[in-house]
Design a binder for this molecule. Structure first.
Ligand SMILES: Nc1nc2c(c(=O)[nH]1)N[C@H]1C(S)=C(S)[C@@H](COP(=O)(O)O)O[C@H]1N2
Ligand SMILES: [Mo]
Length: 188
């Protein structure tokens, strides 16, 4: 991201731990039954097993995490695959403008494709040199540091490339869809 804004967004306080926050129970993970579907406006839809996901080229990317409720956790060292690398696998069509992210327990969010393509946007399985704890999104979560954390969906199961935007779980309930922490876009 650019450095033309303060590191800590307005109205945020840095905290030490990562407070755990989600709707519904922590889902069980069965690697034999689990898959990740990449679908919609793409030339080659994919269905990846968990082993296939973990075999993709991975990176460690350090970024800050900003929850809309006012806490920020600085310097999270996320490990996973860049969304842009997943994108290369499926080759989006010219019509692909948004991505809807679908999770266990019917949690969803969505983002413009352009935002998803930033190099610090990962599908992550690790944090700070350890596997993610289940309550923090294991086996796979989205990390999109330049948006409020309700966009960083845990327990991701599918990514749908779309032409029309599909509003996510919190976005349908009054939270901002653009969710830019430096503009304090908290409510829609
Ligand atoms: N599947 C799912 N992902 C989710 C949520 C959720 O309810 N379900 N909550 C979001 C919100 S509001 C926040 S602040 C972060 C919290 O991430 P953490 O529990 O790892 O701190 O997860 C986000 N991802
Ligand atoms: Mo949040």
């Amino acid at each position: 991201m650019t450095n033309d804004h303060p590191r800590l967004p307005p109205g945020q306080q840095a905290v030490d731990g990562l407070p755990t926050l989600h709707v519904g129970p922590v889902p069980a993970f069965d690697s034999a039954a689990w898959d990740l579907r990449l679908e919609g406006e793409v030339r080659s839809p994919q269905r990846l097993t968990y082993d296939q996901v973990r075999a993709l080229p991975s990176v460690i990317s350090v970024s800050d995490f900003h929850c809309v409720e006012g806490w920020s956790r600085l310097d999270c060292a996320w490990e996973g695959v860049r969304f842009s690398d997943l994108c290369d696998l499926v080759s989006p069509t010219e019509r692909a403008r948004f991505v809807t992210v679908g999770c266990e327990n019917d949690y969803t969010t969505s983002l413009p494709l352009e935002d998803m393509l930033h190099p610090d946007v990962l599908l992550a399985w690790g944090l700070d040199s350890a596997e993610l704890p289940p309550e923090q999104g294991f086996p796979l979560r989205l990390v999109i540091p330049h948006k409020y954390a309700y966009k960083s969906a845990k327990w991701v199961r599918w990514l749908r490339f779309t032409y029309q935007q599909e509003l996510g779980y919190w976005e349908q309930r009054g939270y901002s869809d653009s969710a830019d922490p430096w503009r304090e876009e908290r409510r829609g």
